[in-house]
Design a protein around this ligand. Structure first.
Ligand SMILES: [Zn+2]
Length: 264
């Protein structure tokens, strides 16, 4: 099984002609392999962009590859040159929707080392969602045909911490955030250790389930196996994104080639 997974990953890597012109400048700095060679693509965990757009399981691998580069301090900053920006003015095909926290340290394009036109992003504190967020995610799926949604929490999230502290009479509209995160906070408090980290993960999972059950667009896409909705947590200290196994297990049957993405 491992061989199949590796082979599939390598195939996705090797079928990656796009975007290299944008990466040329960055890669010539640390070239141990010829730019755009198969070895360079493997070394930099490149997954074909078109494959990622067509298949949400490859989209997960593309995000994981980008996050590895970021962690290792080898970001290639793809798809950020003026020619591509001009081309993108005609349209966009983001391969993933990121539902993340507004925290200034959790910028999706940077931590996944992606470029313009790659990610469709909705951010609020604690990635709490309401109608406008739902519509944003539905738009990405229905109109832009983006088949992967990642709910991205992070360590030491201030919004989750506020919910744990059960802050009384918060000013303005902040109570909205606290109330939405309270179920995860209550569950996490049943444990004695790592309460904040548990609350962060539980909050992400609650939000994953919330989107999977959201009538009528997202639930239909998810249960038909056309739309993948998963959860992940970004570690502020290490730069690593961990995809939550609970969100990768027991997925509905899908029409896409499916690698085992757990644990990568
Ligand atoms: Zn946060």
């Amino acid at each position: 099984m491992k061989k199949i997974i590796t082979a599939a990953f390598c195939l996705a890597v090797l079928l990656s002609p796009e975007a290299f012109s944008q990466q040329k400048k960055a890669t010539t700095k640390n070239n141990t392999a010829t730019f755009d060679s198969a070895k360079w693509r493997r070394d930099n965990y490149i997954v074909n962009r078109d494959s990622a757009y067509m298949n949400p399981y490859y989209a997960v691998q593309k995000l994981q590859g980008g996050n590895k580069r970021f962690q290792e301090g080898r970001s290639i900053h793809p798809r950020q040159d003026p020619a591509l920006i001009k081309l993108l003015s005609e349209g966009q095909k983001p391969f993933a929707t990121i539902v993340g926290c507004s925290d200034s340290r959790v910028s999706g394009e940077i931590l996944f080392d992606q470029g313009f036109g790659d990610l469709f992003v909705a951010r609020t504190a604690g990635q709490v969602m309401a109608e406008a967020s739902y519509a944003t995610i539905e738009y990405a799926y229905l109109i832009l045909k983006t088949k992967l949604v990642v709910v991205l929490g992070h360590t030491n999230c201030g919004a989750v911490d506020a919910a744990l502290k059960n802050t009384q009479n918060p000013p303005g509209h902040i109570v909205t955030l606290i109330n939405a995160i309270k179920p995860a906070a209550r569950e996490a408090k049943k444990h004695k250790d790592n309460v904040l980290q548990r609350a962060v993960e539980l909050n992400v999972m609650n939000q994953v389930y919330e989107l999977r059950e959201l009538e009528s667009v997202l639930s239909k896409g998810y249960y038909e196996g056309d739309l993948l909705i998963v959860g992940a947590v970004y570690d502020l200290a290490t730069g690593k994104v961990v995809f939550l196994e609970d969100s990768l297990n027991k997925l509905p049957k899908t029409k896409y080639a499916k690698d085992n993405i757990a644990g990568k």
